[in-house]
Design a protein around this ligand. Structure first.
Ligand SMILES: [Zn+2]
Ligand SMILES: [Zn+2]
Length: 58
């Protein structure tokens, strides 16, 4: 399984130290990396129907 990397620093979300904000609305609340390597807030992620990068992590 390929790890989804941050589009800015090419590191996994857990190692990424970039300032995280939603690529759509610029919100900084609850921002997570999605499979398209962009960061989204929950609302925009649902609106765009993109999946979390690490959705299978427990
Ligand atoms: Zn990064
Ligand atoms: Zn957003």
């Amino acid at each position: 399984m390929a790890t989804t990397l941050c589009s800015q620093c090419d590191k996994p979300e857990i190692q990424c130290t970039c300032e995280k904000f939603c690529c759509f609305c610029q919100s900084q609340h609850d921002i997570r990396l999605a499979v398209d390597r962009m960061y989204y807030c929950p609302e925009c992620r649902e609106a765009c129907d993109v999946t979390l990068a690490d959705k299978d992590e427990h």
